[in-house]
Write a protein that binds this ligand. Structure first.
Ligand code: NAP
Length: 285
């Protein structure tokens, strides 16, 4: 197994994940649209590639951790894309959340030029990314999964091989549906209680000390209590994931209104705030 890794995308998630690979002893080429975000990694020994083709040439296993389908396709396709060079035998691993269809297209195009492709979106936010305790949801061949396992061990506490390409993305959209329901449920509960004269701190204590409390309600409690929403998982990404779930045909009673609410919050200018800022939208709408 080669130690030559290329990492594209140094956003909120990509940066700490790449950092864990560096700390884990891998030699790392990095690339980011905004190159200054690589500075701290370069100080620790990563090499900043001047372009995606250069990164690809220098690496055997290439990760992408970018915003959305469009950004990921941009990194793979076209003149400056990953698939435009000599890529025979290389393993591409996309960890961004994209649609199962985009994953399948990337697999097909990678294989057409002799490369291999795994999808490996993650569940867990910035803190698990920093701690190397993400859940990694993998779709692809068993051989490629085995090849990537030692690297996944540096990034997460568990990597699950769910089946062929598409399965990982589907599982990711499903778990984020639950997350969106939970966060909006928490927001509506706190706001309803407030309307009845119960303050937010008391209501959050009741939630967290009772059977409804969970890791995510506890994690988001301080942000609601202070009414400040520093971004861990941007609301725009959740709106994207709910849109993708809809495109996959989700049709349960709550699915449509849920996706609509996050989309409206996005249109209302809250996209770059943390997903928990959904409460701000609900409060003013
Ligand atoms: P982020 O902080 O917004 O970073 C996005 C990354 O994509 C940056 O490197 C950005 O480059 C790059 N990018 C965006 N548009 C681009 C374009 N058109 N061309 C080239 N590069 C582009 O996002 P994140 O929170 O790290 O999330 C990354 C992925 O993981 C998303 O798919 C998200 O849904 C998923 N995810 C996030 C979390 C979380 O808690 N944050 C958890 C699980 C999964 P610049 O630096 O130049 O802007």
């Amino acid at each position: 197994m080669s130690n030559k890794i290329g990492w594209i995308g140094l956003g909120k998630m990509g940066f700490p994940m790449a950092n864990n690979l560096l700390k884990g002893g891998y030699s790392l080429y990095v690339y980011n649209r905004t190159s200054s975000k690589a500075d701290a990694l370069v100080n620790e020994g990563a090499v900043l590639a001047e372009s995606i083709p250069v990164l690809c040439e220098e690496s055997d296993i290439i990760f992408t951790m970018l915003s959305d389908d469009q950004a990921v396709k941009g990194a793979y396709l076209g003149e400056g894309g990953l698939l435009n060079g000599k890529v025979g035998g290389k393993l591409f691993i996309n960890m961004s959340t994209v649609s199962p269809r985009t994953s399948a297209e990337l697999q097909e195009m990678s294989e057409a030029v002799g490369a291999r492709f795994l999808e490996a979106p993650v569940s867990g936010s910035v803190k698990p990314a920093e701690d190397g305790t993400l859940l990694i949801l993998v779709g692809g061949t068993a051989d490629d999964f085995r090849a990537a396992q030692p690297i996944f061990e540096k990034l997460g506490k568990m990597a699950v091989h769910l089946g062929s390409v598409g399965a990982g993305s589907s599982a990711k959209l499903a778990i984020n549906y639950f997350l969106a329901l939970t966060l909006q449920g928490l927001a509506e509960t706190v706001l309803f209680a407030k309307q009845q004269g119960i303050n937010a701190e008391d209501m959050l204590r009741i939630v967290n000390e009772g059977a409804c409390g969970s890791a995510i309600t506890k994690l988001k409690t301080p942000t609601i209590a202070s009414n400040e929403y520093p971004t861990a998982f941007a609301l725009k990404h959740m709106a994207k994931d709910l849109r993708l779930a809809r495109e996959q045909g989700i049709s349960f009673p709550l699915a449509g209104p849920l996706a609509d609410t996050y989309k409206q919050a996005l249109d209302d200018g809250l996209g770059d705030e943390d997903v928990m800022a959904i409460i701000k939208y609900l409060e003013r709408s």
